[in-house]
Write a protein that binds this ligand. Sequence first.
Ligand code: FES
Ligand SMILES: [Fe+2]
Length: 468
Amino acid sequence: MATTRKELENLAPGEARSRGKQIQELLDEETVEVPWQLRHSEYTYLGSEPLDRDHYISQEWCDKEIENMWSRIWQLACFEQDIPEVGDHIVYDIVDWSFIIVRTEPDTIRGFYNSCLHRGRRLCENEAESANKPEFRCPFHGITWNIDGSLKTIPPSIDFDFPHVDVEKFGLPEVRCEIWDGFVFINMDDDAEPLMDFLGDITKHFERWPFATRWKATHTAKIVNSNWKLAQEAFMEAFHVLATHPQMSIGLLGGDGSNTEYNIYDGGDANWSRMTMAPPMPNPNLPYELTEEELMEEMFFRGESVSEMGVQKMEGSVEDLPEGTTTRKLLADTARPNANGYVGLPPTDVELTSAIQYHIFPNISPWPGPIFYRHRPYGRDPDKCVMEIMMMVALPEGAERPPAAKIRWLGEDEHFGSIFNQDVENVAQVQRGLKAAKPPGGLTLGNYQDIKVRWHHRLLEKWVNREI
Ligand code: FES
Ligand SMILES: [Fe+2]
């Protein structure tokens, strides 16, 4: 592995990797068969050009994103389990638009523009509420639609004034709505490609860790003081861990983050990407020398810094462990008996001990593990966004799924948790720092570890410039 600038000269841009074991080398050490998804590892160098900071701070850019991307792209509106019964519906707001997503029949979910055809009032008010109603009655003058969008009634007291309304054609305008693996997507573009074509091969990857049977156990949202892309990009690379989350550098969630594998697919044209954070191991990039024994001692026997992360303390000492035992092996063996949601082969150590995070363009991040993110613009304000974290729990086979959690909005002084709060505070400072830069102020990205950020902006530019 390259360690000096001199050695780097012999490598093509993007070829250099952090010191220490790479994810694919860890997979070579597995004692069970490795699913093909983990071996599907692609990276393409996409250049080292500076990234335009206008993408984050310019109102003009923000407006173009809305006009040219958000109005035409597949986006997650809700989960099927949010609206399990006929008549259940949920409101999805994006920028100035609002949609009612409703289960009209046991196997049919449809979406409608959340706007009355009389004088335009929002028909359903509250995004945080999902509710079961046999109809959509406008609170302004009482015109009412059936859950399938057809007109139910114009109140008799006002009906005389609408002779020009063809009641057969006065249905609520519909938005395209398609489902993949329990996710309900919408698209305002009637000519858009089918959802499954848009998603591509990620659908095959998640045959291993299906979502449709998981349980949405928690769902929290917060208005964050940064552009939606900045907040999302806090989860598109892991090498900020050492500086931003020093308490994690020896922790369960992946060492110092520097041996993370980054994947973009189809030369960066696929609408999805992935990163896999390495499990805890004696990483040569840590600012201190650490042996496997010292790490195990810290994690399992002394455990002060990690007990809060759910590692079970063990009796005895490191000397009692069989020769060749590693931290990640021990962690995997502890997690294996309670591991659910793996289809096909038994779970590998890497799956049980790494944070594997996928991203689907433009704004969701499904994990094989339980964490799930969505980031949305907050109205038309480039300086704010809505950040959502959900826990999508795989249940034991045969277990009954409890009702899905409803969205809970955190107030200004409430936090997702200490690690997430470090990210939230950080991105607010990035947003301000970007504005403080001397013009033109381009951003200098890492060739490998920032590849998902570059991938995201490359696709975004194509949408905004209408090349897609
Ligand atoms: S605005 Fe909805 S009934 Fe008048
Ligand atoms: Fe972070």
